[in-house]
Design a protein around this ligand. Structure first.
Ligand code: C5P
Length: 291
């Protein structure tokens, strides 16, 4: 095999709860990852050596700043193999949007290289490698569609979920720095308990399965919303206006700024699009579903 095409999907955080700030500067959290149909495409082709990244998108980081380049270097270092790769990236996931695009690209490159070069590295080992690259990478390597992430987000527990959800994503023209948003988060004096948060997240997930999105979104919240809105105050206005249309509670994914509304059917989502279009002056909207 000389070449391989790998889809690289995005995620939403259906919930993100922070439990504490750790000594290493990261935050201990519990999140509910959900894979969605919005995806980039990676076309991998063997070359003699090194990694050559081809992408026409002007804002995709170049060289070592790109997580795929770091993933390639790390894989070579830990599991030396002969040869290199040309990666042609078709970018569709907004950059710096809280949808995990960069992490997904790195994760799917690891999975793709493992197949292309027949490295036979176990999924578990690839996930450990992914954790060295970023907190969201192991979820994508795991192949799960719906999973709880613990620790920094890298400790993955897949959850059974049989429903296809539909989402309207509201993207911002500019991304947000994850580091900045986390740094503004003020740990409350009364920290939420691990068992309490886990229970709420499982109840939220079950509420979607029981066709009750209103109840689900009451259980599933994102603790980073306030800090993201501190960095970008207009985000709060947009979120409140969208919630004010009574189409469901508007939520934020990861460290933002992408906002989303959740629906049980494509039909309900399309109906909402019409209401939103009438209300005007909302950021561009993308319709996606569970993957
Ligand atoms: O792990 P990742 O490289 O994606 O994290 C980017 C930044 O987000 C970290 O440098 C850290 O500032 C913040 N972060 C955090 N706690 C987490 C995940 C990320 O503080 N659990």
């Amino acid at each position: 095999m000389r070449s391989l095409t790998v889809p690289s999907s995005a995620k939403l955080n259906l919930a993100l709860r922070i439990l504490s700030k750790r000594r290493d500067g990261y935050h201990e959290l519990i999140t509910l990852f959900h894979r969605i149909s919005l995806q980039d495409t990676l076309r991998l082709q063997k070359r003699k050596e090194g990694i050559h990244l081809v992408c026409t998108h002007p804002r995709v980081p170049k060289g070592k700043k790109n997580l795929m380049v770091r993933a390639f270097d790390l894989l070579k270092k830990k599991y030396p193999f002969e040869g290199g790769v040309t990666v042609r990236l078709t970018k569709r996931i907004p950059i710096g949007g809280g949808l995990g695009g960069g992490s997904s690209n790195a994760a799917h490159l690891l999975v793709g290289l493992n197949r292309l070069f027949k490295l036979r590295i176990s999924r578990k080992r690839l996930m450990d490698l992914g954790a060295e690259l970023g907190s969201d990478v192991p979820f994508f390597v795991s192949g799960a569609s719906h999973a709880i992430g613990r620790g920094r987000g890298e400790d993955i527990q897949p959850l059974r979920f049989r429903r296809r959800l539909w989402f309207l994503l509201f993207r911002s023209p500019r991304g947000l720095s994850t580091r900045k948003v986390y740094s503004l988060f003020r740990v409350p004096r009364r920290l939420p308990s691990l068992t309490g948060v886990l229970r709420e997240i499982k109840m939220g997930s079950a509420s979607f399965e029981n066709r009750n999105p209103e109840q689900a979104t009451r259980y599933l919240t994102n603790d980073l919303t306030g800090s993201a809105e501190q960095v970008r105050p207009s985000l709060k206005k947009t979120r409140e206006r969208l919630s004010g249309l009574h189409l469901g509670i508007c939520q934020m994914s990861g460290s933002g700024p992408t906002l989303y509304l959740t629906f049980l059917s494509r039909r309900a989502a399309l109906k909402a699009v019409r209401v939103i279009r009438k209300a005007r002056s909302f950021p561009s909207v993308i319709l996606v579903h569970s993957k």
